[in-house]
Design a protein around this ligand. Structure first.
Ligand code: FAD
Length: 351
């Protein structure tokens, strides 16, 4: 079978890259072994324009966030579902100092921060002793719906292989790649955390990050907002809430820990006034890297091999944008953002 591109992986990166390329009339074959604990399946799906204790804007957010919002709307329209909705973060201050820090920041960051009007209304759900700040706009994406619906579409078009891709079993020629009976102009690795073990790219400076999540039922809590106080409570699928997460850079297993469960229980007992029930405790890994910038583009040694990966903690906003950059690079020869282009690792990838 002849296709234009083989794409390994159907998480956020593989979904957006395959969608962008098929929109240009390209034929793709996506090879994805459907594993339950992938980063995209466990992510909360939040796009938050600011970050950290200092509440600073995330990298290129003024460009990347509106692009991503439009991309989810367009993909949702094609799939006949709503994939994205505005869902602002309510940031419950823990101390008077934290409230002060938010109010100080508000003086210079009026595009994304405000004091919500209805603070008293939240008193029946949460302890609101030190007030609430709002991050607005934030967006919530139904990632599991996106993965399922796009996968179905790929299957209908005979463009999906539901299996493990063996990197060593593929022939990488100068003008084509051949994998079993599939011949393609290029192959793209959108294999998430799997890329760390991929012999073609394992020199890249990955720094994987373990994230634990607790899934809870909270009857009576409106799914209108994301609630944050150290941990976040995020509306999740099937009427449940996602509570998390950890950002652990040093770990030797992917088991859930009792320490995190106890931390969540302690936090919820102090903050949440509504009864709740824990229904699951899940773990995944973020494909993060030490530069906190994506890995996008063509391998400096092999012109038929490319990558879209390294989205770290921000895949929801970065993946749609950089999939589109990569598509423009392939179809129209446009330059990639040099901070994302893997040519910056030319020296180590040429070794
Ligand atoms: C707990 C947690 C919470 C998060 N919350 C957010 C959030 O709110 N907002 C945000 O922007 N980001 C969030 N992230 C980060 C986000 O999930 C990632 O940046 C993003 O999902 C990475 O997407 P990906 O496509 O690169 O990788 P993945 O989602 O891991 O997809 C890779 C796919 O490739 C497949 N694959 C790998 N190797 C092979 C192979 N050899 N053969 C076949 N298939 C293969 C895997 O099975 C998988 O389906 C979170 C991550 C975690 C872990």
């Amino acid at each position: 079978m002849e296709v234009n591109y083989i794409i390994v992986g159907q998480g956020l990166c593989g979904t957006f890259l395959s969608w962008q390329l098929t929109q240009q009339g390209k034929k793709v074959m996506v090879i994805d072994e459907s594993k339950p604990g992938s980063a995209t399946k466990l992510a909360s799906g939040v796009i938050n324009p600011v970050t950290g204790r200092r509440i600073v804007r995330t990298w290129e957010i003024e460009t990347i966030m509106p692009f991503a919002v439009n991309a989810y709307i367009a993909l949702g329209n094609e799939l006949g579902v709503e994939l994205i909705r505005q869902c602002n973060i309510l940031d419950f201050h823990v101390t008077p100092q934290m409230r002060q820090a938010f109010e100080d920041r508000l003086r210079t960051e009026q595009a994304y921060l405000l004091i919500p009007e209805n603070v008293a209304n939240w008193g029946s759900c949460f302890t609101t002793t030190f007030g609430i700040g709002e991050i607005n706009p934030c967006w919530l994406i139904d990632l599991n719906m996106m993965l399922e619906r796009w996968r179905k579409k790929l299957q209908e078009n005979n463009s999906l292989l539901n299996e493990h891709f063996d990197v060593e079993a593929c022939e990488y020629l100068t003008d084509r790649v051949i994998y079993r009976d599939i011949s393609a102009e290029k192959i793209f690795f959108c294999d998430g955390i799997g890329n760390i073990k991929n012999s073609l790219f394992n020199q890249l400076p990955y720094s994987p990050n373990k994230g634990e999540v607790i899934i809870v039922e909270i009857p009576g809590l409106p799914a209108t907002n994301i609630y944050k106080q150290g941990i976040s409570i995020v509306p999740w699928k099937e009427g449940l809430f996602w509570v998390g997460s950890t950002y652990n850079w040093q770990y030797d297993n992917l088991e859930p820990t009792s320490a995190f469960r106890e931390k969540v229980e302690h936090q919820l007992s102090n903050w949440l006034k509504l009864p709740y029930k824990i229904v699951d405790h899940l773990v995944s890994e973020r494909p993060a890297n030490i530069e906190r910038r994506p890995f996008v583009g063509i391998h400096p040694k092999y012109s038929t091999i490319g990558i879209l990966n390294g989205m770290g903690t921000k895949g929801c906003s970065l993946a749609p944008y950089f999939a589109a950059e990569l598509k423009e690079h392939l179809i129209n020869g446009k330059e990639l953002n040099p901070l994302a282009d893997i040519q910056r690792f030319r020296n180590i990838l040429l070794k």
